[in-house]
Design a binder for this molecule. Structure first.
Ligand code: NDP
Length: 500
C-alpha cells in the first residue's frame, strides 16, 4: 500500500483528492481492497480541463526539441521506477509479474522513447508553387486539449499510448483510466512532473465511466477525444462527442482470427495459439480467439493446444513461476464464465477448461485456459468479444473458406495466418480485414508500427507516426507571389464590374 500514490487525481502538476463517491481498487488474486479513493465529479473534471487549457499555449509553443527532451527525461524517470510500476500493475490487474516486468513496463518506456523522437519529425507535403501564383506550405499543428479514456487490461500501456502521441505533438491532455485500475496511471503522471513536463500538460481524473468519463467526453473545451474500450461504449462516446463536434480517435474491441493453412508448421501454430489466446488471461483486444484450422490438421491442432493449455500454470500473480493470473475482476470472470456457459448450452464442447478452477485458487478471479470446439460460426462465442482465456477452434476445407470465415465477424482489429507458402501468406495479408495481420506469429507489437482496427474495431491508430499524425492537424498556408492587386481569378466574381 505504501508505494501507491496518496492521491486520487493529478491536476496542474499536483496530486488531489476527489469529492465524489468512494471507489475501491481490488486485488483480483485475493479479493481484498488494496486502495480506495473518492471519484472526481464534474467540478474536478472541469478543473482538470482548465488546467490543460492553461498549460496549452506554452507547451504547444515549445520547440519540438524541448518536448523531445522532456520525454527523454520521462523515459529515464520511468526506468528508475520500473519495478514499482511492474508490481503495482500486477497488484491492481492480477497479471503475472513476468508479463508486467517483461512486456507492460518496458513496452511503455520504449513508447516514451519513440515519441521523444517523433516529436521532432513533422511530416507534410513539400512546399511549392502548385498554382503558379502562390507558394503553398503545410504546417502541422497541435489540436488543443485532448480528453482520453483508457481501459483496464493494460493500464500503464494504454495510458502511454494515449498520453505520449498527444503531448509529443504539443497538445495537453486529461486522461481517465478505468475506475478499477488507476494506480500506474497516477505513477505515470507523477513521473511526468519529475521529468520536468510542465504542470497541466498531463492531468489524470478518476472515477466511473458513466459519471467521470462521460463528464469529460462532453466538455466543450476538448479539441479531441481518444478512447480505447468496448465497441458499445466507443459508439456511445462517439454520439456524445459528435454533439460538440469533437474530433474522435476510437480503438475498440477485437475478435482476432488465427488461420492455419494445411502447410503450416503445426508446432509453431499450436504454441502461437496458446500464447496468443492466453496472454494477459486473454484480456487483450488482439488475442487469438477464433482458430480456423485446415481439416487435415484440425485434430492434431486441438490435441496440441489442449495438451499445452493444461500445462499452463495458474498461480499467484507475484510469483515469477506463474503463467496465468486471475482475470482483472470477479465481474469480468463472471462475464467470461457466463458466455462460455451459453456457448456450451448452444452445442459447443470444452476440450480444455470451460470453468473456474477450484481448490486454492477459488478466492481469486481465475478462469481455466479454455479450448472450445463444435461452436457454430454464427454463435455469440464466435462473433462477440469474450475477453478471457478462451479459444474456439473450427475446421475449414478450402483456403477461400478459411479467409471468409476469418472475415465473418463485426470486428477487424488483428489476425494471423499460418503457412509456409509465401503466396498464401500474401493473399491472407491482403484479404483479411484487420488493422494488423501477422504471418506465422500472433501478438507482437512494436512502437514504430500502428495498432488499430477496421470495421467495428474503430479507426484510431495507437503507436507509430500514424498516431502522432492523428493528434495533429494540418494547415495549408497559401501565399501570393505575384504582388499584383488584380488577380486573374477575380474575373470569376466581378468580370465586368470595373467596366460599369
Ligand atoms: P468499457 O468499454 O465499459 O470500459 C472502457 C473505458 O470506458 C473505461 O475507462 C470505462 O470506465 C469507460 N466508460 C464506460 N462507460 C462509459 C461512459 N458511458 N462514458 C464514458 N466512459 C465510459 O469496458 P468494460 O470495462 O465494461 O469491459 C467490457 C467489455 O469491453 C470487455 O469484456 C471487453 O470485451 C471489452 N473491452 C475491450 C477493450 C479493448 O481494448 N478493446 C478494453 C476493455 C474492455 P470505468 O471502467 O471506470 O467505468
Amino acid at each position: 500500500m505504501s508505494t501507491y500514490p496518496q492521491t486520487s487525481n493529478y491536476i496542474a502538476g499536483k496530486p488531489g483528492v476527489g469529492t465524489g463517491a468512494e471507489q475501491s481498487v481490488i486485488d483480483p488474486f485475493t479479493g481484498e481492497v488494496i486502495w480506495t479513493y473518492r471519484a472526481d465529479d464534474a467540478s474536478t473534471v472541469g478543473a482538470a480541463v482548465q488546467a490543460a487549457a492553461a498549460a496549452y499555449p506554452e507547451w504547444s509553443g515549445a520547440t519540438p526539441a524541448d518536448r523531445s527532451g522532456a520525454l527523454t527525461a520521462l523515459a529515464v524517470e520511468l526506468s528508475s521506477v520500473a519495478e514499482e510500476l511492474a508490481q503495482t500493475e500486477t497488484a491492481q490487474t492480477g497479471k503475472p509479474i513476468r508479463l508486467s516486468r517483461e512486456f507492460d513496463v518496458p513496452g511503455s518506456i520504449d513508447n516514451v522513447s519513440f515519441f521523444a523522437g517523433a516529436a521532432r519529425h513533422l511530416d507534410g507535403h513539400a512546399s511549392g508553387e502548385y498554382s503558379g501564383d502562390h507558394t503553398s506550405t503545410i504546417r502541422r499543428e497541435s489540436l488543443g486539449v485532448v480528453g482520453s479514456i483508457a481501459p483496464w487490461n493494460y493500464p500503464l500501456q494504454m495510458a502511454a499510448w494515449k498520453v505520449l502521441p498527444a503531448i509529443a505533438a504539443g497538445n495537453t491532455i486529461v486522461l481517465k483510466p478505468a475506475e478499477n485500475t488507476p494506480l500506474t496511471t497516477l505513477l505515470l503522471a507523477e513521473a511526468c512532473s519529475r521529468a520536468g513536463i510542465p504542470a497541466g500538460v498531463v492531468n489524470i481524473v478518476n472515477g466511473p465511466g458513466p459519471d467521470t468519463g462521460q463528464t469529460l467526453v462532453t466538455d466543450p473545451a476538448l479539441s479531441m477525444m481518444s478512447f480505447t474500450g468496448s465497441t458499445a461504449v466507443g459508439r456511445h462516446i462517439a454520439g456524445l462527442a459528435a454533439a460538440n463536434g469533437t474530433r474522435l480517435h476510437l480503438e475498440l474491441g477485437g475478435k482476432a482470427p488465427f488461420v492455419v493453412f494445411d502447410d503450416a508448421d503445426l508446432e509453431a501454430a499450436v504454441r502461437g495459439a496458446v500464447a496468443g489466446s492466453l496472454i494477459n488471461s486473454g484480456q487483450d483486444c488482439t488475442a487469438a480467439t477464433r482458430a480456423y484450422v485446415h481439416r487435415s490438421l484440425f485434430d492434431d491442432f486441438v490435441d496440441g493446444v489442449t495438451d499445452l493449455m493444461r500445462r499452463v500454470r495458474l498461480g499467484a500473480p507475484a510469483d515469477p513461476e506463474t503463467d496465468q493470473g486471475p482475470l482483472v475482476s470477479f465481474r469480468q470472470r463472471d462475464r467470461v464464465a457466463s458466455m462460455v456457459e451459453r456457448a456450451l448450452r448452444d452445442g459447443a464442447k470444452a476440450v480444455s477448461g470451460g470453468q473456474a478452477p477450484g481448490d486454492d485458487l477459488a478466492d481469486g478471479a481465475y478462469y481455466e485456459p479454455t479450448l472450445l470446439v463444435d461452436a457454430d460460426q454464427r454463435s455469440e462465442i464466435v462473433q462477440q468479444e469474450a475477453f478471457g482465456p478462451v479459444l474456439v477452434a473450427l475446421p475449414f476445407d478450402r483456403d477461400d473458406e478459411g479467409i471468409e470465415l476469418a472475415n465473418d465477424v463485426p470486428f477487424g482489429l488483428a489476425a494471423s495466418a499460418w503457412t509456409r507458402d509465401v503466396f498464401r501468406a500474401q493473399a491472407a495479408a491482403r484479404r483479411i480485414e484487420a488493422g494488423t495481420v501477422w504471418i506465422n506469429d500472433h501478438i507482437p507489437i512494436i512502437s514504430e508500427m500502428p495498432h488499430g482496427g477496421m470495421k467495428a474495431s474503430g479507426y484510431g491508430k495507437d503507436m507509430s507516426s500514424y498516431s502522432f499524425d492523428e493528434y495533429t492537424q494540418i494547415k495549408h498556408v497559401m501565399s501570393d507571389i505575384t504582388a499584383e492587386a488584380a488577380k486573374p481569378w477575380h474575373t470569376t466574381v466581378f468580370a465586368h464590374a470595373e467596366q460599369r
